[in-house]
Ligand binder design. Structure first.
Ligand code: ARG
Ligand code: ZN
Length: 461
C-alpha cells in the first residue's frame, strides 16, 4: 500500500497513464523479490498490495488449514504475471478480477498468470483458495519463523518473515497492507489476531473469530494464536484492548499481571512519542519454549512466557509497545535499517525504567558505553546480524547520543514529529537523519557516521 501521507511511499510507481495515450503496454513478469539486498527473495515486484482479507479454517486435530485469501493490489508495471509468497501450502482455484488464473508453485513462490495482462496503475483483485498443513520457515541464523503447531492449536509469528506460512503474501515490510481475518476453529477454542475484534459466530460446532487491522501493516506483524486462552476484552482510551493469556498459566500470575499494565505503559509512551497509532491495544502471551522472544505484532504484541518466569516485567512491554510507533506505524523500507526499530524500542525501555524510578536513561547509556564491543556497527548489520546486541544496545546508545547532541527540547520534539510525519509509512536511516537535522538545525553527519557505521568507540556525547 502506497500512501500519500508522510511523504514517503514504499514504491516509486509512476501514476497510471491514461489508457489511450503513450506506448502500448509492455507486459512482463513481476520480479520474484522486492529488491532488499539482505533478503533478495523476500517479497515480490510489480504490484503493491492494498489489503488482505483472509477466510480460514483450522483444525487443531489434523493440523490442516484451508480457506481463501482475497488480495487487492495495484500493478506498478505492466504485468504479465506476478508472484505471491506462499510456503508449504497448496493453492487451488485462483482468480484475478473474477477470471480464472493459472497458478503454479515454484518453491515458496506462488506464480499467478492472469488471463490477460494487467496494465500499470490498474487495481486488481486476486482470490486464492488454498490449503495444507502449515509449517514454519527455518533460517540458520535467525531461527524459526511462521506457523507452529501446539497440543491444542497453533500460532504464527516471526521476524523477518512468517506470513507466507499461512497466507499468500507480498512478504516484505515495504509493502504494507490492511488485514482482515476470519478464523474458524472448533467451538471452545480461541483464535486471537491483530486489530479490532469483530463478530464471533458459532455454527455446527465451529466458531468464527473475526479481526480487522485497518492501518497498513507490514506482513511480519501479522499474527494468530489458536488454542486455550483466557481472553479479556476491555476498553482503553476509547479503543478495544484484548489480552490473551494461555490457560496453562495462572489467571493472576506474572504474565497476566505484566500484561495488565499494557494501557498504562502505552499511555506513558504516548506522552513521549505522540498519540498511540492504532485502533486497538492488547497482547498475547505464548506458553511455549520455542518462543524465547517477544514480537511487536501490530496492535497486539506477542510475548514468550520466558519473560515472566521470574516475576512481573514491564520492560519488555515498553519495548514491544514502543515498536507500535517505531517499527509498525513507521516501518522499514529495507531490513538493513533495523536499528530504527530496535534502537528506539530499546531506548523506550530506558525511558520507561527512568519513569518507573529505576535506572535513568543516562545510567543505562553509561553502563553500556563503558564496556561494549564496537567492532560491529548497527547501521548495516548484515542479514545475520539484524537482532545483534549492536542493533539493540548500540542502537539505543545512538538515540541517547543524538539526545545529548541536539538537546532535550529538539530531541523530544523529534520523538513526536517523526512518528506523526511518517505515520503508516516506510522509512530509511537517511530520512531519519534528515528529520533530526531539520528538527535541531544541526549538521549530524559525523555523529551518525560514528555511531551507526564506525568500528571504534564513538566520542562520548
Ligand atoms: N523484534 C523483536 C523484538 O525486538 C525481536 C524478534 C527476535 N526474533 C528472533 N527470532 N530472535 O522484540
Ligand atoms: Zn524489538
Amino acid at each position: 500500500m502506497a500512501l500519500l501521507a508522510g511523504g514517503c511511499t514504499s514504491d516509486g510507481a509512476p501514476p497510471a497513464a491514461p489508457p489511450s495515450s503513450g506506448p502500448p503496454p509492455d507486459f512482463r513478469p513481476g520480479a520474484e523479490g522486492i529488491g532488499d539486498p539482505y533478503f533478495p527473495k523476500y517479497g515480490n515486484g510489480g504490484y503493491d498490495v492494498g489489503g488482505y482479507d483472509l477466510k480460514l479454517r483450522y483444525d487443531p486435530k489434523s493440523g490442516q488449514l484451508r480457506g481463501s485469501a482475497t488480495v487487492t493490489a495495484t500493478a506498478t508495471q505492466d504485468l504479465s504475471r506476478f508472484n505471491l509468497d506462499l510456503a508449504h501450502l497448496v493453492a487451488g482455484k485462483v482468480t484475478v478480477d473474477g477470471r480464472a488464473a493459472r497458478a503454479t508453485a515454484d518453491g515458496n513462490e506462488l506464480v499467478i498468470t492472469p488471463a490477460a495482462g494487467i496494465t500499470r496503475g490498474t487495481a486488481f483483485t486476486a482470490v486464492i483458495e488454498y490449503s495444507g498443513r502449515p509449517e514454519a520457515l527455518r533460517n540458520e541464523e535467525l531461527g524459526v519463523g511462521g506457523w507452529l503447531r501446539t497440543d491444542d492449536g497453533a500460532f504464527a509469528l516471526g521476524e523477518p518473515e512468517s506470513a507466507s506460512t499461512w497466507f499468500p503474501v507480498n512478504d516484505h515490510p515495504a509493502d504494507k497492507a490492511t488485514f482482515a481475518l476470519a478464523m474458524t476453529v472448533p467451538a471452545g477454542v480461541e483464535a486471537i489476531s491483530n486489530g479490532v475484534p469483530g463478530e464471533r459466530t458459532t455454527d455446527a460446532g465451529w466458531t468464527t473469530w473475526t479481526w480487522t487491522e485497518k492501518a497498513p501493516m507490514a506482513s511480519y506483524l501479522a499474527t494468530v494464536a489458536i488454542g486455550q486462552y483466557r481472553v479479556s476484552t476491555s476498553t482503553h482510551a476509547g479503543k478495544p484492548m484484548v489480552i490473551a493469556i494461555p490457560e496453562s498459566l495462572p489467571a493472576d500470575g506474572p504474565a497476566a499481571r505484566s500484561m495488565a499494565r499494557t494501557g498504562e505503559v502505552a499511555d506513558f509512551l504516548a506522552t513521549r512519542f505522540g498519540p498511540y497509532p492504532f485502533d486497538a491495544y492488547g497482547g498475547i502471551v505464548l506458553d511455549d519454549d520455542r518462543v524465547g522472544y517477544a514480537l511487536e505484532t501490530q496492535s497486539r504484541p506477542v510475548y514468550g512466557n520466558t519473560f515472566f518466569r521470574s516475576g512481573t516485567q514491564t520492560t519488555v512491554v515498553a519495548h514491544e509497545l514502543a515498536h507500535q510507533w517505531f517499527g509498525d506505524s513507521v516501518a522499514l523500507e529495507r531490513w538493513k535499517d533495523i536499528w530504527l526499530n530496535e534502537g528506539f524500542a530499546s531506548y523506550a525501555e530506558w525511558l520507561w525504567q527512568e519513569h518507573e524510578g529505576a535506572t535513568t536513561a543516562e545510567q543505562n547509556f553509561a553502563r553500556r558505553y563503558a564496556s561494549f564491543d564496537w567492532s560491529e556497527p548497527p547501521g548495516d548489520p548484515g542479514p545475520e546480524g539484524i537482532f545483534s546486541q549492536s542493533v539493540y544496545q548500540r542502537g539505543a546508545m545512538t538515540v541517547h547520543a543524538l539526545r545529548k547532541t541536539i538537546g532535550d527540547e529538539a530531541f523530544f520534539r523529534l520523538l513526536k514529529s517523526w512518528p506523526a510525519e511518517q505515520r503508516n509509512g516506510n522509512v530509511t536511516t537517511t530520512e531519519f537523519i534528515a528529520a533530526a537535522e531539520k528538527e535541531s538545525g544541526k549538521d549530524l553527519d559525523s555523529l551518525f557516521q560514528a555511531w551507526l557505521f564506525g568500528t571504534t568507540q564513538p566520542p562520548r556525547p
